[in-house]
Every structure is written in structure tokens, then in C-alpha cells.
Design a protein around this ligand. Structure first.
Ligand code: FAD
Length: 300
């Protein structure tokens, strides 16, 4: 049997900034383990309105010093002023950072005022204006529509506008239905976006804790298909069963996306080694050009 040569997608991991010294130390250990898989980069989230500025910056600086793998800080604009964002961009540049995930963010409850840059497209314009082409810019994309969008159509146009403003690629909100990703990719192409040059990276949320997942999905407008919701409910408190089921669901989602030529997978790691490491290994993402058997069977 001759295995076809497929181009494996790139992959990256997302961290959130932790609070305590112990958890920061644990995060560094997680970084060291996941870094052995040779991801393209790690990103570190940012609390909109400046709620994690110091923590994000501290972790980004520490990780940047720890290995050669690129670190991409997230940066948000809602509620912040241009001077603060310019300062952050300059600091990141001085640390040797050359990629950024640019977001609008959501205002923390109680905080009012959109700030000088109300939408992510304004932030992308501002980054290009202030830092030229120094940063590779990723933006957010929504295969199932951003919950505040006036319509699906306007939401896709917003993504097109973010590309036009200078974004290099987009990372999707998590989803479990590969059709929603493919639909968005086609919609971008129909609007003239070359998704080879401006890739649509699939955001992948491993399934670890059913309650948290359902709460999070409901808050950000991501759909959990009924067959997944039902089975998660059936497993109740059986965490082992949930993890095993979740692993199969997410591995299959990634395989379906790989068959469709997804350019990259961005794992919302939840600061954990597992199941991220096992998923990358099972999918063969860390090995040179050898597809897992399940991807080879229909073509061999
Ligand atoms: P935008 O692209 O500005 O879109 C926000 C909404 O406004 C959409 O509904 C859009 O259709 C609409 N819109 C855009 N322009 C206009 C206009 N001119 N008039 C009217 N409506 C308009 N949040 C954080 O706080 N920190 C993070 O680190 C973080 N990381 C993320 C990483 C990824 C990969 C993703 C997918 C999301 C992340 N988020 C993060 C969440 C994100 O900030 C929220 O989803 C936020 O509500 C929207 O951000 P955005 O960049 O997509 O905004």
C-alpha cells in the first residue's frame, strides 16, 4: 500500500495568563512539554479592558526567553486608548515578538465606553499604521457567526474587512461541525479572499469538562451538536468517559478538516498538556509528512 503524501497542517497552542506563582510554574512546564511537539507558535490571551495586561506581558516575556518557538500575544482594543496599545506594541517589538492576535475583546461587566478603537478592524488598521509590517496579524473568525453580529452576511464582511485592513490570517472560534468551517472558507473565497494567502485557521477546543464546555459555548455562540451534548449529559460525572468520548470527537473533527486541506489547527489548550499532546500525536502532526492511517485509507 502506498500512502499518499499529504501536506500536514501547521498547529499552535493557546494559553491564558494564570494568576498564582504555582500555576505560572505549571504553565512553564506545560509549555516545555508541548513545545517538544514543535508547534508553529504559542499564543497568550489578554483580558479586554486591560484586566490582564501585566500578567499577559509577564508570561509572554518569560516564554519568549524560554525557547525559540514564536510567542504571539493577544491584544484587544475595546475600552483601551491608542496610547496604551501603541506602548504595548512597542514593548512586544522590543522583546522580539513578531506576531500578534488582534481582537476587539468583550468589556468586563460594569465597564462602559468602547474606547478609541471600537472594533477589531480599527485595531488592525492601527497596528499597521503604528508598526508597519513588523507583526504578522491574526484575527478572529466565526464559522457560526459572532453572537452580536447583525447578520451572518455582515459578520463575514467584517472578516473580509479585517483582511483588507492588513490581517494575515484568521483563527476561528471553536466549532464541532466541519461544514461550518468549510462554508465560511467558501464564503470568503466568493468575496475575493484568497484563503491560501490569507489562511483560515481552525480553532480546536478539546473536550475536557462537559459543564464548562457547555457554559462557554453558550456564552460565545458556538454550537455543540445534539449528539455531543446528549452523550456528554449521559456520562454525567464520569470524567474518564467524557474525556475518552471527547478525544474521539475532536480527533475525528481534526481528521475531517485535514481531509479538506485545513492549513492549520489552533488548539485552545486550556493550559493543559492533555489531551492536546495526544491529539497532536494521534493526528501525526508532529511527524514529517506521514498521515495517520485513517487519512490514508480512502486514497490508498
Ligand atoms: P470584531 O471583529 O470587532 O467583531 C465584533 C462584532 O462586531 C461582530 O459581531 C461583528 O460582526 C461586529 N462589527 C464589526 N464591525 C462593526 C461595525 N462597524 N458596526 C457594527 N458591528 C460591527 N477575547 C479577549 O478578551 N481576549 C482574548 O485574548 C481573546 N482571544 C480570542 C481568540 C480567538 C481565536 C477568538 C475567536 C476569540 C477571542 N476572544 C478574546 C474573544 C473576542 O474578543 C470576542 O469574540 C469579541 O466579542 C469579538 O472580538 P472580534 O475581534 O471578533 O471583534
Amino acid at each position: 500500500m502506498t500512502l499518499p503524501t499529504i501536506t500536514l497542517p501547521k498547529f499552535s497552542f493557546e494559553f491564558f495568563p494564570t494568576k498564582t506563582e504555582d500555576s505560572v510554574e505549571k504553565l512553564y512546564q506545560t509549555f516545555d512539554t508541548l513545545n517538544q511537539l514543535a508547534p508553529s507558535y504559542f499564543s497568550v490571551t489578554y483580558g479586554a479592558g486591560g484586566t490582564t495586561t501585566e500578567r499577559t506581558l509577564g508570561i509572554v516575556a518569560a516564554l519568549q526567553n524560554r525557547a525559540n518557538t514564536p510567542i504571539a500575544p493577544h491584544i484587544s482594543c475595546i475600552g483601551d486608548d491608542k496610547a496604551k496599545i501603541a506602548g504595548l506594541l512597542d514593548t512586544y517589538k522590543s522583546l522580539g515578538i513578531n506576531r500578534i492576535v488582534a481582537l476587539r475583546g468583550d468589556l468586563p461587566s460594569g465597564q462602559v465606553g468602547m474606547g478609541e478603537l471600537p472594533f477589531a478592524v480599527d485595531l488592525v488598521h492601527f497596528i499597521r499604521e503604528h508598526s508597519g509590517d513588523h507583526f504578522r496579524i491574526e484575527v478572529a473568525a466565526y464559522p457560526e457567526m459572532h453572537p452580536q453580529a447583525k447578520s451572518f452576511d455582515l459578520d463575514i464582511n467584517n472578516l473580509v474587512n479585517k483582511f483588507a485592513a492588513g490581517a494575515d490570517s484568521a483563527i476561528t472560534q471553536f466549532f464541532y461541525n466541519p461544514d461550518s468551517y468549510l462554508y465560511l472558507r467558501d464564503a470568503l473565497e466568493k468575496r475575493g479572499v484568497d484563503t491560501v494567502k490569507k489562511p483560515l485557521v481552525a480553532g480546536i477546543m478539546p473536550i475536557i469538562n462537559a459543564t464548562n464546555l457547555v457554559r462557554f459555548a453558550d456564552s460565545c455562540g458556538a454550537d455543540i451538536p445534539r449528539y455531543i451534548r446528549k452523550q456528554l449529559a449521559d456520562y454525567g460525572d464520569d470524567r474518564k468517559a467524557i474525556r475518552e468520548f471527547g478525544f474521539q470527537v475532536v480527533a475525528r473533527l481534526c481528521e475531517d478538516l485535514m481531509k479538506e486541506g485545513v492549513p492549520a489547527l489552533h488548539f485552545y489548550s486550556m493550559n493543559r498538556v492533555e489531551p492536546n499532546k495526544s491529539l497532536v500525536e494521534a493526528l501525526g502532526l508532529n511527524s514529517a509528512q506521514t498521515p495517520p492511517p485513517s487519512l490514508a485509507t480512502d486514497k490508498a
